[in-house]
Design a protein around this ligand. Structure first.
Ligand SMILES: Cc1cc2nc3c(=O)[nH]c(=O)nc-3n(C[C@H](O)[C@H](O)[C@H](O)COP(=O)(O)OP(=O)(O)OC[C@H]3O[C@@H](n4cnc5c(N)ncnc54)[C@H](O)[C@@H]3O)c2cc1C
Length: 384
């Protein structure tokens, strides 16, 4: 694989840099972490700017409203936006990074036309209703029940850890449509409008003090059958597509951001004398190598996905596993550099350190990623 930019890629990078330099200073101030309506408006506003400039859904297929950019152009986009300190996808995370790509891969023409343009234009926010109180790692054990009533499914049950549920318009929802089938076979993937009667959202507060996610209770909520993506009871296969995007590509931009933070940590250490510690310097050097390797792995995964038809493969689990641990090590190193100041919640990096703890749990725990790597990549025997 040749990793150097072609002339066309160089031009693409230069145009993007120029655009970022022009628009970033005009952004409004970031809302506070707990101002959810403000965060929604800010994130959707940025998405609209990307859309107007032709950068929304850059790597999505053209017939899904994207620009059909090459994987390398997409990586250039991620690299340059992170380097420039552009806003993160934020509340658009699920819509842009996994529900949208799933609908682009698995949805009908009508479904693509209905749901994808508002995601790209920054008009609608999605959340993910997969996990339940008794179905996290063992997601296929989910019990939220959906039964047919005319042209609707009637859905009852509860979901947990639903990020951004408070501000979402739609939810990618997994339901059990056949309780008699083996657990992986009776599941369907639905798009649920969050304003349907019968839905109650109860926010959950995290260690870092923010209500990032919520419990979602469903009491006979009606969802049109037409909102099912994929065939009835074929939702597990569709879910695997969603998870491959979630683990394979959804975090890649953050690797660039981590490399930027690592540089800032080294600068801080030089300034406060901690740099004299050879053990710390070795630690930062090793992290630098780790994030460089992760970026190369990303490039490899993305070009593999392109070669094999666009959906990221199980290589995403290798990335997710290593990245989530490296991110925790990065913010541990930041705390070592800061010393007692690392306990100050107002200090840069302190909240990031707390939230980094969730990375080895969200989108499938490290133990589950190791199981996937062992069984599906290394071909080791399945555990009992
Ligand atoms: C910040 C954050 C955001 C999230 N956002 C969402 C969201 O938007 N939507 C959503 O649906 N979910 C979301 N989740 C939920 C997340 O997907 C689950 O927390 C995760 O899958 C683990 O499930 P669990 O919490 O039920 O833990 P459990 O499955 O109960 O696991 C408990 C422990 O047992 C281990 N374990 C379980 N099974 C095995 C096994 N077979 N082999 C080895 N070890 C095992 C796990 O690794 C873990 O350490 C989010 C979680 C976090 C932390």
């Amino acid at each position: 694989m040749d990793l150097a930019d072609t002339t066309e890629e160089e031009e693409f990078r230069a145009r993007l840099r120029e655009w970022l330099a022009k628009v970033l200073p005009s952004l409004p101030p970031k809302p506070s972490p707990d101002d959810w309506p403000g965060r929604r408006a800010y994130d959707l506003g940025w998405q609209r700017m990307l859309y107007d400039a032709g950068y929304a859904g850059l790597h999505w297929p053209v017939d899904a409203g994207g620009r059909g950019a090459t994987p390398t152009q997409h990586l250039i986009y991620l690299e340059e936006t992170e380097k420039a300190g552009a806003p993160y996808v934020g509340a658009n995370f699920v819509g842009l990074l996994h529900a949208g790509p799933t609908i682009a891969s698995e949805g009908s023409a009508e479904q693509r036309a209905r749901w994808l343009p508002p995601v790209l234009r920054g008009e609608e926010v999605w959340c993910q209703g997969f996990s339940e109180p008794d179905a996290g790692s063992d997601l296929a054990a989910l019990r939220t029940r959906a039964w047919r009533d005319g042209d609707d499914y009637v859905v009852s049950g509860s979901k947990i850890w639903t990020s951004h549920a408070e501000v979402a318009d739609w939810c990618e929802l997994l339901v059990r449509t056949d309780p008699t089938a083996p657990k992986h076979r009776g599941i369907s993937w639905l798009a649920m409008p969050m304003d349907a009667p019968g839905i109650t959202v109860r926010p959950l507060r995290t260690l870092a003090g923010s209500t990032e996610f919520a419990e979602v209770f469903l009491d006979e909520a009606r969802i049109p059958v037409a909102n099912r993506v994929g065939a009835e009871n074929d939702g597990w296969r569709v879910t695997m597509v969603t998870l491959s995007y979630e683990r394979g590509t959804a975090f890649v931009g953050e690797v660039v951001a981590c490399r930027r933070v690592l540089g800032d940590i080294a600068r801080e250490a030089r300034g406060n004398g901690r740099w004299d510690d050879a053990v710390l310097r070795r630690r930062l050097g090793r992290l630098n190598a780790e994030f460089r390797a992760l970026w190369r792995l990303t490039q490899w995964n993305v070009s593999e996905a392109q070669r094999t038809g666009g959906v990221p493969g199980v290589g995403g689990s290798v990335f997710k596993l290593r990245y989530s641990h490296a991110r925790q090590e990065l913010y541990d190193a930041a705390a070592e550099v800061l010393g007692p100041e690392a306990l100050d919640l107002g200090r840069e990096w302190t909240l990031d350190r707390l939230s980094s703890l969730s990375y080895t749990i969200a989108a499938g725990t490290s133990q589950i990623q190791r199981n996937i790597v062992a069984e599906r990549i290394l071909g080791l025997p399945k555990g009992r």
